[in-house]
Write a protein that binds this ligand. Structure first.
Ligand code: GCB
Length: 667
């Protein structure tokens, strides 16, 4: 049995996660958070690179705080006996960088330190300097020169703080940045996880016996961290860390939305600007221009005056998804100039795509044209880097997505890096943008607040992206539970207040008879593993099962339906004839059966897409149903094709080039 003091210690460490919730509640409007960009008035400095790193020893999780690892003088502190300080690349997950299994599986506080760094001589307290993290998983606390600068709950989304007053400037002005992150997941984090103290059957104290028996299964103090989702709980500073400047009066946020009417695009915009707090009676004003492409190319941009308004664009070049137009993903640049008392003080350039989304009971349309999604569920995942952003990998992924003929993917099961979303905007991929609510199980008000907060951070970040065409509010929640009904109703109502220009969806794995979520969605996503997790090996059942179930979802809810997941694990290089589970041959054979069903469903008019699970093999926690990770990728983890990739390519290009009455089953 774990002693009271040991239990207290672990709970105390976890409590840092739970009690230190930032003041932001789900229903409070968030300040803007534009992506850092250079302009005539702004500079960006990357803090990526090699940082110093140390974890608190297992069983002494608060050691970093007790040892004052953040005091701004000693970096991570040379505290004897707590293990070495090692080099750690940023961005990256820390788990797979070393050869150490304890670090791979670590739960608790991990400390990062960057010392020393210097800021350009041109920066001073008269410049506004912001420190921004693209994401850190899961909970993060940040100190600049030993002074707490910010904290943030949740991986996968950016956070930032004005650190102007915390930095040292000028010659000799050295700076230190310390970050503590904690990847402990609890029933009130999104996603959820559990911390348990497993009981040792033999360590009970016998009556009148002072000492307990020695343990047989779990040593004293043993703590177990678990979750139910099927991907490795990678942790670390996963995305770029940047310092950027803005003028003291600055553009804080931009909202852009396009309405198409009779061949004209009406671009509604709204700019939020902040005046310099020292200026007496500041008057702020904006001028805006919609530039073709990303520069002045001789064509006359459409311009406007005022920080809010509507631009009328005759003959617009619309943003189209891949294969729906010879020039997909066309981006204009929305240039905002901020003026204070008649002087130009700030410029920000926001890429925008002019497109309009509509949906009805049967279809999902872009610019008035019905769209059929040919896509994937994916993961941010790769060898060594884990979930750390890696641009060569991301570029390869988008080249493979283009090669295979896909037009879409879901950011299963969490928001992806902004740099990844940029690819989607530019290349014309349609994104189902998912929040990290994977496998939600127990519902209560505290979780609901967190869910709303995550959704508001996601919408704030991605609202201007033309590639983002749906918000996915959850993946496979236990939506059969009665409490799921009111819970998701609140989430949906809340997200609609943030953005009513995009439909809401979720990937559901419960049956249509018991589910309590689909009724609130605009478009229903269904995850099914016929002939894999159910009726394993019985391919002859797939077509009928898929067709009849998907049809029932539509009949019951009268909404468009798409398949958000289906698939089979295939170990690359494993073949049998006839095909059997885990082989490349079985993966292909299973896909063929799903394709037959999809083609019949397509002709019924309400089935709007198919997204195979998964784009590439990916890491999971260890388990007896996983062979060093999930092998449902059509590409391997090193991004090489399995037989299924070539097979899928035939189908996706067939779908791209034909209409809904053509069979693309490839019998
Ligand atoms: C699912 C989950 C996904 C898993 C997949 C599988 O339904 O949404 O996270 O990886 O099944 O392979 O079991």
């Amino acid at each position: 049995m774990i002693s009271k003091s040991e239990r207290r210690h672990v709970l105390l460490a976890a409590a840092f996660v739970l009690l230190a919730l930032p003041a932001i509640r789900g229903d409070e409007p968030l300040p803007g958070m534009l992506y850092p960009k250079e302009s005539e008035f702004r500079e960006v400095k990357s803090l990526d690179g090699m940082w110093r790193f140390r974890t608190a020893p297992v069983g002494e999780l608060t050691r970093g705080y007790e040892g004052r690892w953040l005091d701004g003088k000693r970096g991570l502190g040379d505290v004897p006996g707590v293990g070495p300080i090692i080099d750690m690349p940023v961005p990256s997950s820390f788990n797979d960088i070393t050869t150490n299994a304890t670090l791979r599986d670590y739960n608790g506080w991990a400390w990062y330190d960057l010392a020393w760094f210097y800021v350009p001589a041109s920066w001073s307290r008269d410049t506004r300097v912001v420190l921004r993290f693209g994401s850190a998983h899961y909970y993060a606390k940040v100190w600049v020169n030993g002074i707490e600068a910010m904290s943030h709950i949740g991986g996968h989304l950016p956070f930032e703080a004005d650190v102007t007053s915390l930095l040292n400037y000028g010659p000799g002005g050295r700076n230190e940045l310390t970050v503590a992150i904690n990847n402990t997941l609890t029933p009130h984090t999104i996603p959820q996880g559990t911390v348990t103290f497993p009981k040792d059957p033999d360590r009970k104290k016998k009556k009148r016996r002072r000492k307990p028996y020695p343990w047989t299964r779990y040593p004293p103090g043993y703590v177990s961290y678990s979750n139910t989702f099927d991907f490795f709980n990678y942790a670390g500073i996963h995305r770029p860390v940047m310092l950027y400047t803005t003028p003291l009066s600055y553009i804080e946020d931009i909202n852009v939305n396009t309405i198409l009417q009779d061949g004209t695009a009406f671009v509604e915009y709204d700019v939020t600007a902040k005046p310099d707090s020292n200026s007496v009676s500041p008057v702020l004003d904006c001028t805006v221009e919609l530039l073709y492409g990303n520069y002045y190319d001789g064509r006359q941009p459409v311009g406007g005056k005022g920080c809010a308004g509507t631009l009328e664009v005759p003959d617009p070049i619309l943003w189209w998804p891949r294969t729906m137009h010879p020039q997909p993903g066309y981006l204009y640049t929305f240039e905002v100039r901020l003026w204070m008392n008649g002087t130009l003080v700030d410029i920000y350039r926001q890429p925008v795509g002019l497109r309009m989304i509509t949906w009805n009971e049967t279809s999902f349309l872009i610019n008035g044209e019905p769209v059929y999604l040919r896509g994937f569920g994916r993961h941010e995942d790769s060898d060594i880097r884990g979930k750390g952003l890696d641009l060569p990998l991301v570029t390869r992924d988008h080249n493979l997505l283009s090669w295979v003929g896909a037009n879409s993917y879901r950011t299963s099961h969490y928001p992806y890096a902004e740099e990844i979303m940029d690819f989607a905007d530019r290349l014309g991929f349609l994104i189902v943008d998912e929040c990290p609510a994977v496998n939600l199980d127990n519902y209560d008000d505290e979780l609901l607040e967190r869910h709303k907060a995550v959704m508001s951070e996601l919408v704030r970040r991605d609202k201007n992206r033309p590639s983002v065409v749906m918000w996915s509010i959850a993946n496979e929640p236990r939506s059969q539970k009665i409490a799921a009904g009111p819970y998701f109703r609140s989430v949906v109502e809340y997200v609609k207040t943030l953005d009513n220009t995009r439909p809401l969806t979720a990937a559901i794995n419960q049956g249509y008879k018991v589910d309590n979520l689909a009724q609130y969605l605009d478009i229903i996503g269904v995850n099914r593993y016929y002939s894999w997790y159910s009726d394993t090996g019985h391919l002859e059942l797939v077509q009928h099962q898929v067709e009849s179930e998907i049809t029932r979802w539509n009949q019951k809810f009268n909404k468009p339906v798409f398949m958000t997941e289906y698939g089979a694990d295939a170990v690359s290089g494993l073949h049998t004839l006839p095909e059997s589970v885990w082989t490349e041959d079985y993966q292909v054979a299973l896909m063929r059966e799903y394709f037959k069903a999809f083609d019949n469903l397509r002709s019924k008019g309400f089935f709007i897409g198919e997204m195979i699970w998964n784009f590439a093999d990916f890491a999971t926690g260890q388990g007896i149903t996983r062979v060093v990770g999930n092998k449902k990728g059509v590409f391997t983890r090193s991004r090489q094709p399995k037989s299924s990739a070539r097979f899928l390519k035939e189908r996706y290009w067939c779908l791209a080039n034909h209409n809904s009455s053509t069979s693309c089953c490839l019998y």
